[in-house]
Design a protein. Structure first.
Length: 239
């Protein structure tokens, strides 16, 4: 749990802000259900962090946010910026991801990013940050993308103060270089089964079993930002 699900733990440290006036058509069967929503400033901070670091760590990459606790098969998802007098629909590259773009952002400090879904009872989660460089084959992750995504997720979590520190304590990870300790192969691993992980960096190539307890970490500088990570099951690529 310490490494495999730490980014999910960070996301769970986030706080959702519900308001009776926010409604973009979703329905709920429970009075305790809360709209899936976040402070606009929280996601804007994530975007700013990405923009500052992308040129060095992941040039040309795109940032998206994955909806937490939403099944990929669940259709009809919508995401909007909602302010006092405006609704701004956000682009959704997939059914479970959305993007923020400069020029379409609301200037109202009280604005919310709202999804037409509710959080599961008792859960309040940040969206999960995803960074992806252009030209990568399906199923291949780039080390620099994973490093940058973790850094952006951390900046979002830090804005939650005590909740962030509680997440660190629960994961037994402390200090300012939490991302360095995460196993690279587990940060954005496939949802399905795999038995082999391959990391390639120029002429250097490492193939190891998925159960290997000594997998390279994001902070392992022996692997450059351009290192590629891929997964196989019985010799076949896993996406």
């Amino acid at each position: 749990m310490r490494i495999r699900s730490f980014l999910i733990l960070l996301a769970a440290a986030g706080s959702a802000h519900a308001a009776d006036s926010i409604n973009i058509g979703h329905r709920t069967d429970s009075e305790e259900a809360k709209p899936m929503a976040w402070r606009f400033q929280l996601l804007e901070k994530a975007l700013s962090t990405f923009e500052k670091r992308a040129a060095e760590e992941a040039p040309g990459a795109k940032l998206t946010f994955r909806l937490p606790k939403v099944d990929a098969a669940e259709v009809g998802n919508q995401v909007e910026i909602v302010g006092a007098d405006h609704h701004v629909p956000l682009p959704m590259p997939s059914n479970t991801t959305f993007a923020l773009k400069r020029g379409t952002l609301a200037e109202d400090d009280d604005s919310m990013v709202v999804v037409n879904r509710n959080f599961p009872k008792g859960e309040f989660n940040h969206p999960l940050v995803q960074v992806r460089s252009p030209g990568l084959p399906d199923g291949v992750r780039r080390m620099g993308d994973l490093r940058l995504a973790c850094s952006v997720q951390m900046e979002m979590a830090k804005s939650e103060g005590l909740k962030f520190r509680a997440a660190l304590a629960a994961a037994s990870l402390f200090g300012f270089k939490v991302c360095d300790k995460l196993e690279a192969a587990k940060v954005e691993e496939p949802s399905g089964k795999y038995d082999t992980v391959t990391i390639e960096d120029g002429t250097r190539r490492l193939v190891h079993a998925a159960k290997d307890k000594h997998q390279p970490a994001l902070g392992d500088k022996a692997w450059s930002d351009n290192a590629r990570i891929s997964y196989t099951l019985n010799g076949q690529p896993v996406l």
